[in-house]
Write a protein that binds this ligand. Sequence first.
Ligand SMILES: *Cc1c(COP(=O)(O)O)cnc(C)c1O
Length: 385
Amino acid sequence: MIYFDHAATTPLDARVLERMLPYFRENYGNPSSIHRFGQKAETALEEARETIARVLHCQPQEIIFTSGGSEADNLALRGASLARRKTSGQEWILTAKTEHPAVSKTAEQLEKEYGFLLEWLDVDEFGRVTPEALGKAVCGNTALISAMYANNEIGTINPLRDLSEIARSNRIIFHTDAVQAAAYLDVDVTKLNVDLLSLGGHKFYGPKGVGALYVRAGVELIPHQTGGGQESAQRAGTHNVPYIVGLAEALKLACEERESRAAHVRPLRDQIIGQTLEAIPDSQLTGHPEERLPNHASFVFKDVDGNLLLQLLDSAGFACSSGSACKTGNPEPSEALTALGYSRAWALGSLRVTLGKDSTAEQVDSFLKILPTLVEKARALTKPH
Ligand SMILES: *Cc1c(COP(=O)(O)O)cnc(C)c1O
């Protein structure tokens, strides 16, 4: 079985696991305890915070640990919007339909249940939020902008610096979901000029169920999880010390090995894109041709049931994805692809192939050998929409 679904999750790096193990075994203390068990755990916790701060070029106290990328997104959107409305009365939230549901569904809830005003930003044909679209949408009443760094479904990288510049000059809080981006792109928050940035461990060979939110000093959040005073009373709950240690180690390795990992996957990715478009009729690349994650290839095939194609691929020994969590039975095309303007006949036939640091040229060759036949087979079996 060949794993080409690294945008969904990555295996835990053995080096990361090694760092985590002592905190399950002998160093099991609660970092909030006074005794030596507690002190040891607290030291590990604060070292992890410093490691992450070094990668992000921020202060350690600007990092809040969470239960994953989704929680970091939730805390950023809900926490910052509520705090802004309280202090300044601002009530508009700007984000895009191409965002991960952890952002878009949270924005929808803020509209429906909390009375915020929500505007969906236009995206271009590649799924980018353009500075022009953002510039037109901002106003004195905007509380928060959320624009992802790189898209999980189509790999497109947003022009983040241009977007955050607009936020900065209008004094609007700017959040970016960097959960997918952190595996391959520079996450220096001073260069990106963002106020809030979400990370999730399992997208870069760290553990699942742990993440972090960067919160620029001075940016206020209303906590969504109250209880003990952990994380400067911004996120209550006993720290998951082994996972936090793993998150930091995985991010450090991703940063150190960023260039070599990107250099490894990029030519393989380019080969997948080039040969697929050439060999398969009625195929299109989704997302930006250049401004995309180096490990990420995504396509639509006209009149192909994407779920069926994934099953055929699985039977042939390849784990791929459609890019979104569409269910079998009554599949709806993904919101992101619909926002990009793809018709049903195209959007239902999506395929995402995401490589990893251990993917090989042989794996890619055998994949490319079989893919055209499987698309043809799926197309023949697909009832017209
Ligand atoms: C995976 C992902 C998330 C969710 O992170 P979890 O750690 O799985 O909760 C959020 N945003 C993007 C872009 C992602 O790829």
